[in-house]
Design a protein around this ligand. Structure first.
Ligand code: MG
Length: 375
């Protein structure tokens, strides 16, 4: 079963305020569209992602999606349904069985919800729409006065991604032209296609107003890490991903990069995912002499798999020797590269212990780190 996704990002998106269209505004340090696209591009059941854009947003788009595995963007139209049709047409050569159509502004869609929609389309051979029951009381008003309390039973709030058999929804979009549809289930219904409701998610909100963005940045979590390695005879050390010539090396099962180990633990701590030893048991011969960036990359992936973004990291190296200062900038760049974040979000510092203790005596070196992630 081949599943493709169309992400509709062609809107002007000014209701959220500011000069940056809302789909390119950042939530927890990441552009909304990037977060949305990652949810699909990184999903095991989705094989292709087609984004529909406003050509005037080219610069924003290129910056937001750099490095992600998506098809070349296509240009949207005046109406939402024009944009969706453009996305569907672009997918024709790929011959998907199922297509998911999703609003760019619903950046908090979960992998589980995506899987549920696909399953429902497959099982029902119909359109599937995630929805939540209306929880508030509904009033109908005329000129500011309530004329009626509307019975809310049987009423649902529709979300995206909405899933459809690809051929059916393509044909529906090509034939149903009238009406100002706000979702694709509306087009499917107008074409006489069957559409079923499945359970949506409260978290799967559409970011629209500045308040939506503010409220979204509140879930910030931190973790700390600490690591020590002893010096041994050798000619270099690895610290924060940088090889530094030295008259000793650091003893350890892997490359003994205490900076990256502390940082890995900090990231794991921020998401409550145990410690480095749980994920990479020191007794496992697989990790002998391993480059520690493998550990850090894994921790960063776990953070992103939970839908979170790495907001910043800060590492302090504690030693008398080697001198860290000349290598600090290279370390920042290395950590930023490994984590896939901007160097401005990475800090590497160094201190001595004034010749006191094991670091002072040059027996070993310590590192501590803190990481902040945003959900
Ligand atoms: Mg270690």
């Amino acid at each position: 079963m081949k599943v493709a996704a169309v992400i509709v990002a062609a809107g002007i998106g000014v209701r959220a305020g500011g000069v940056v269209p809302k789909q390119y505004r950042k939530v927890n340090g990441e552009a909304v569209l990037r977060k949305t696209v990652r949810a699909f591009a990184g999903h095991p059941d989705v094989s292709a992602v087609q984004v529909v854009v406003n050509p005037e947003h080219k610069g924003f788009y290129e910056q937001a999606l750099s490095g992600l595995n998506v098809l070349a963007p296509v240009k949207g139209g005046m109406l939402r349904q024009d944009s969706v049709l453009a996305g569907l047409k672009a997918l024709i050569p790929l011959k998907p069985d199922i297509v998911l159509i999703h609003d760019a502004a619903r950046a908090f869609v979960s992998p589980k919800l995506i899987a549920r929609v696909i399953k429902a389309v497959e099982a029902e051979k119909a359109g599937a729409v995630p929805a939540l029951p209306v929880a508030d009381t509904l009033k109908q008003e005329v000129n500011g006065a309530v004329v009626k309390t509307v019975d809310r039973s049987g009423l649902w709030l529709a979300q995206t991604p909405q899933g459809f058999p690809f051929g059916d929804i393509l044909q529906a979009h090509q034939t149903v032209k009238s009406g100002n549809f706000t979702d694709d289930a509306g087009v499917a219904e107008a074409a006489g296609l069957k559409v079923v409701l499945i359970e949506g998610e409260k978290e799967n909100v559409k970011l629209t107003t500045p308040e939506d963005f503010k409220a979204r940045s509140a879930d910030v979590r931190t973790g700390t890490g600490f690591d020590v390695h002893a010096f041994a005879p050798g000619d270099h050390v690895m610290l924060c991903g940088v090889k530094i010539p030295h008259d000793h090396t650091l003893k350890g099962h892997s490359d003994a990069d205490a900076g990256l180990h502390a940082l890995t633990d900090a990231l794991l701590g921020a998401i409550g995912a145990g410690d480095i030893g749980d994920h990479f048991p020191p007794g496992d011969p697989k990790w002998k002499n391993a480059a520690s960036e493998i550990f850090l990359k894994h921790a960063a992936k776990l953070v992103r798999d939970q839908g979170a973004a790495i907001l910043n990291v800060d590492v302090t190296l504690i030693c008398e020797q080697p001198r860290i200062g000349p290598h600090r900038e290279a370390m920042r760049q290395a950590v930023a590269r490994i984590l896939g974040i901007e160097a401005a979000r990475v800090s590497v510092k160094a201190t001595t212990t004034e010749a006191l203790g094991f670091t002072g005596r040059g027996e070993g070196l310590a590192a501590q780190a803190i990481a902040t992630v945003g959900f």
